[in-house]
Design a protein around this ligand. Structure first.
Ligand code: NAD
Length: 503
């Protein structure tokens, strides 16, 4: 059997139980089938995977009540015990890594060569935050002449986590692990296009000994289950990953209950290549950052800013490289790009081929669908683009790169900063002073110099402008999931102003 056939056989084994009973919600440790269902289909061939419980506002309310009841005991559990549970979750993720990877690929269309590592990254997130449980409440000592001032942190309470369909497993662990480490309880609403691995993850958490009600899973649509979560008075904060326009809606929905929000939103990230850079490595990184993960990646380098003097040669080599990228079955280890998540998204991405042509850009590679069964598209490169074109401004969220030429550094920074987004920037130059200057001026939450995006868990992750609010990673995650409290102790009998004592 080929690796593809082996993977398909294993996948069928893992999916059997979902085909029989569908994906159920998990509220207060109990399965809930819900009154209604929706279907999840594989973008590989649009075949039905299984049905999914379609959570309602009532299901969200039940989940929020469970999270509220479970909160005091989880908050007060000794750190060492909470840490052990998180470590057990990491161990079980590793044990089920193959199942997670195969299900994620089939549900999302992501290629197995990338997803086989995504499950392990999810386990690493739990291990990292398990190690931080003991220090989560740490504060500062800020003495004044009259007071000993200290700060401490307390978990904010039950929180809502709303995740998107791109790498859903990894992103769910990335949000939920720090919430649990902080002592919060969770209601998770995964994306409707990719519900499979969120269910596996919640099962793992319970198998690891997480008390009932600490982690509740409610599937459903954004406009009903998602909305109800953001409006629920017992949910103290919403950690959201998704589109900028959805973030804006969530902010409005959460206004009446004064929700704290943490947003990881869209991007139109520039990779800026100067003539003095190591051009071979710059090419490798630019190709990797837009064409891996089907280009469905918030940190993708979707705009290539290329210095005029090297543009012709660089772009012709790049187009040849893009033409050689292998599009194929997500479970085939040779595949580099699998199908896009959903027919609706395929249509959106393909719509940009006409938009590019109409606006005057050239399609130097790709620009077409592959086959008519499944959501496959050729990786695409637009050249002769200018900074104001829609393909240079809007997030396509597919394997689509827009190349724009620049004449000098000033023009490069103007183009780099000339979008509504500000998530990441990638700079390729061997001029140290320019690298420092450029990375200081670029409007982005994260910048890599002579590197692709290499995630290091202690570093802050997040965007500026329309790309987000707040930071994840390291101790920054706790700023969101916890309240900081100041306590002042008098050191002696300092003077207290006296009112109402005059004769
Ligand atoms: P989306 O905004 O359409 O959906 C995300 C989630 O929000 C889903 O679970 C959806 O059901 C829910 N939702 C939709 N409407 C809602 C509402 N009114 N109230 C509450 N919840 C609602 O995003 P998507 O298409 O699933 O994901 C792709 C987007 O996510 C891209 O823009 C991408 O850049 C972004 N993203 C950002 C990061 C980051 O770290 N900055 C990471 C991954 C993805």
């Amino acid at each position: 059997m080929t690796d593809l056939q082996t993977n398909l056989t294993k996948l069928n084994g893992y999916l059997a139980r979902f085909r029989t009973q569908g994906i159920l919600n998990l509220i207060d440790g109990q399965d809930h089938a819900g009154d209604n269902r929706f279907e999840t289909r594989s973008p590989t061939d649009n075949s039905l995977i299984c049905t999914v419980a379609k959570g309602s506002a009532a299901d969200i309310d039940a989940a929020a009540q469970a999270a509220k009841s479970a909160f005091p005991a989880w908050r007060d559990m000794p750190a060492a015990e909470r840490k052990q549970i998180l470590i057990r979750i990491a161990d079980l993720i590793e044990q089920r890594a193959e199942e997670i990877a195969l299900c994620e690929c089939w549900d999302t269309g992501q290629a197995i060569r990338f997803m086989s590592k995504a499950a392990l990254r999810g386990a690493a997130n739990f291990r990292f935050f398990a190690d931080k449980v003991a220090s989560a409440r740490d504060g500062h000592h800020l003495p004044s002449p009259t007071l000993m001032n200290i700060t401490t942190r307390k978990p904010i309470g039950p929180v809502g986590v709303i995740t998107p369909w791109n790498t859903p497993f990894m992103l769910s662990t990335w949000k939920i692990a720090p919430a649990l480490a902080a002592g919060c309880t969770v209601v998770h609403k995964p994306a409707e296009f990719s519900p499979l691995t969120a269910r596996i993850l919640a099962e793992i958490a319970h198998e690891a000994g997480l008390p009932n009600g600490v982690w509740n899973l409610v599937n459903g649509m954004g406009e009903d289950a998602g909305r109800a979560l953001t409006e629920h008075p017992d949910i103290k904060a919403i950690a959201f990953v998704g589109e900028s326009s959805t973030g804006s809606m969530i902010m409005k929905q959460g206004a009446d209950t004064l929700k704290r929000v943490h947003f990881e939103l869209g991007g139109k990230n520039p990779v800026v290549v100067f003539a003095d850079a190591d051009l071979e490595r710059a090419m490798d990184a630019a190709v990797f950052m837009i064409y891996s993960l089907n280009g469905e990646r918030c940190t993708s380098s979707s705009r290539l800013l290329i210095e005029d003097s090297i543009a012709d040669e660089f772009l012709s080599k790049l187009a040849a490289r893009v033409d050689r990228i292998r599009v194929g079955h997500p479970l085939d280890p040779a595949t580099e790009i699998g199908p896009l998540i959903h027919p609706v998204h395929l249509e959106k991405v393909c719509g940009y081929f006409d938009i590019a042509r109409t606006d005057g850009a050239t399609i130097a590679a790709g620009g077409k669908r592959v086959g008519d069964n499944g959501c496959f598209v050729r990786p695409t490169l637009f050249t002769h683009a200018t900074a104001n074109m829609r393909v240079a401004q809007e997030e396509v969220f597919g394997p689509v790169l827009t190349a724009i030429r620049f004449k000098n550094e000033d023009q490069a920074i103007e183009i780099a900063n000339g979008t509504q987004y500000g998530l990441t920037g990638y700079i390729w130059t061997n001029d140290l002073t320019r690298a420092l200057r450029f990375s200081d001026q670029i409007e982005a939450g994260m910048v890599w110099v002579n590197s692709e995006n290499v995630r290091h868990l202690p570093t802050p992750f997040g965007g500026t402008k329309a790309s987000g609010i707040g930071r994840d990673g390291g101790d920054w995650s706790f700023d969101f999931y916890m309240e900081t409290k100041h306590i002042g102790f008098a050191l002696g009998d300092h003077r207290i102003p006296k009112l109402g004592v005059s004769q």
